[in-house]
Ligand binder design. Structure first.
Ligand code: BG6
Length: 512
């Protein structure tokens, strides 16, 4: 007997079917700092891509706010260049025309009360002109020191308050969320004064990456991996985020932050949390948050930080055939800077599942190539019924989630070398996104902006996660405060001390 098609089995009829594209309510996306790098390279192109995919509502407004004496024409030309240069999908004139018609620009600085009064009035005006029904998302694409002032202006003008006018108001806060636990808490208190928790979206763009979400699918949609995803089978975990680029024009921000605050506190600890967490009871924002938070709270730091918490700074060197300067010779970096551009640390996750398994995390700039991956390294078989010489080329089995580039998953295991002798050597089995699917992955910001407009918080770290992450980073920063970073040559895989850290444990870093 054929199965009857019911509302819940027919994806075209079931509104809960997550495969159906969801289009947000009519709304305004207000971007503070719209002329900055992030807006030009990521946010505006992401809005264009959403428009090109038909995922923007008919009553959509992109409202730019920045300290420029511009009219909307000048904003349009910046936005058009940004979309043309950086969008993921093909640039089409008809799509652009629709987006161009949705643009608004308001000039002003963050201490300018009149400018914020004008913005509040504009949002009310847009209810009639564009039918946004009071819905607005405010994107703080601005330097962290400016957060308090903008939030206070929002509170003063009541533009974040929807009690009177209806609709929703959401705020998007870019990382870093504070500089340490104390400042993160102060920032959170401020945000909480103006917005309710369900309306706060803290962006960690790694969570918007398709491959990072796939980690959850890999673990929890299959039967194959979960039974061995624990200390009985896993020897260690290595999480690497390597970049070949230097700091670009971001010395002002980077020299005050360093690698640990810039990416270890957020991207790498989020990857750790997704790798280590227990299965959530369902795939909704709250259930995932609960499990991630438990994992983050279970992190332990090494006792001997001098050996297991290593930071480095790049010296001059060669990359892709080009000579690159030392960090201290980069534009606007103080000659005596002690900021780290590399950090590696051994952490533990003190749960029954992970007790005794080291999590090695590392990140660095000016490393040989751009690669982010999570490698689950398995224990060796307890007994090998071969002659020792048969298995000299057999390493540990590994499951590698390749976050970027070459997005996919690799399984490394031993296989017999063809021939009459018995010899076992490591081989790789690869799943490549590009080969298995015809759809290309959305950009992280494309996915995350859409989720903000839809009000879906699943891929956004919550306040408590930020707190838990700083509790890991603060003691490291405190320890490093009085030390010089080790040096490494640009184009090499970090300082020798980071290799020694693994050697002490009888291990080596993977060469991705
Ligand atoms: C940002 C960091 O969060 O991530 C940058 O501030 C870093 O320093 C960037 O370069 C890397 O992002 P991606 O997506 O290119 O890996």
């Amino acid at each position: 007997m054929g199965a009857r098609v019911t509302a819940s089995s027919n994806p075209l009829r079931d509104p809960r079917d997550r495969r159906l594209p969801r289009v947000p309510d009519p709304c305004a996306l207000v971007v503070f700092g719209v002329t900055g790098d992030l807006a030009r390279k990521k946010l505006i192109p992401a809005v264009y891509d959403l428009g090109n995919r038909g995922l923007l509502p008919p009553g959509f407004v992109l409202l730019g706010f920045a300290r420029r004496d511009w009219d909307v024409g000048e904003f349009e030309s910046l936005a058009r260049d940004a979309a043309q240069q950086h969008s993921r999908t093909e640039f089409r004139e008809d799509v652009w025309r629709r987006i161009a018609d949705s643009l608004c620009f308001l000039p002003g600085s963050f201490d300018d009360n009149d400018a914020f009064d004008a913005l509040a009035a504009k949002l009310i005006e847009l209810e009639d002109s564009h039918g946004i029904k009071g819905n607005a998302a405010f994107y703080l694409s601005i330097p962290p020191p400016a957060f308090p002032m903008v939030l206070e202006q929002m509170e003063r003008t009541k533009m974040a308050d929807n009690a009177e006018r209806g609709g929703w108001r959401r705020v998007v806060v870019e990382k870093p969320f504070g500089h340490d636990l104390e400042s993160a808490r102060a920032l959170n208190t401020l945000v909480d004064k103006v917005f309710t928790a369900k309306d706060v979206f803290r962006i960690d763009h790694y969570l918007g990456k398709e491959t990072v979400q796939n980690l959850l699918a890999l673990r929890f949609a299959n039967t194959l991996f979960e039974p061995i995803w624990n200390s009985h089978f896993v020897d260690s975990i290595q999480i690497t985020m390597a970049e070949d680029v230097g700091i670009g024009g971001r010395a002002g921000f980077y020299d005050n932050a360093g690698a640990a605050r810039d990416v270890l506190q957020n991207h790498l600890l989020q990857l750790l949390a997704l790798t280590a967490m227990e299965e959530p009871v369902s795939f909704d924002a709250e259930s995932i948050r609960i499990e991630k938070l438990k994992a983050l709270n279970a992190i332990s730091l090494p006792d001997d930080k001098s050996r297991y918490a290593i930071r480095g700074q790049y010296d001059q060197g060669w990359l892709a055939g080009q000579r690159v300067p030392a960090y201290r010779d980069e534009k606007d970096v103080p000659k005596d800077s002690r900021t780290e551009t590399y950090a590696a640390v051994r952490l533990g996750v003190e749960t029954r599942r992970w007790g005794g398994v080291p999590f090695y995390l590392r990140t660095g700039k000016r490393l040989p190539r751009r690669v982010t991956e999570i490698a689950v390294v398995f224990k060796r078989a307890p007994h090998l019924p071969f002659d020792a010489t048969d298995t000299v080329e057999l390493g540990h089995n590994q499951l590698v989630v390749r976050v970027q580039p070459d997005e996919g998953v690799t399984l490394r295991f031993g296989s017999k070398v063809p021939g009459s002798a018995m010899e076992v050597r490591d081989v790789s089995m690869d799943f490549l996104y590009g080969e298995s699917f015809t759809e290309s992955s959305p950009e992280a910001y494309e996915r995350l902006i859409l989720d903000v407009l839809l009000g879906d918080q699943t891929l956004f770290p919550r306040n408590e996660e930020v707190d838990a992450s700083w509790r890991v980073i603060d003691p490291l920063e405190e320890f490093w405060a009085d030390t010089e970073p080790h040096s490494y040559r640009a184009g090499e895989w970090g300082p020798a001390e980071a290799d020694e850290m693994l050697a002490l444990d009888g291990r080596t870093w993977r060469r991705p």
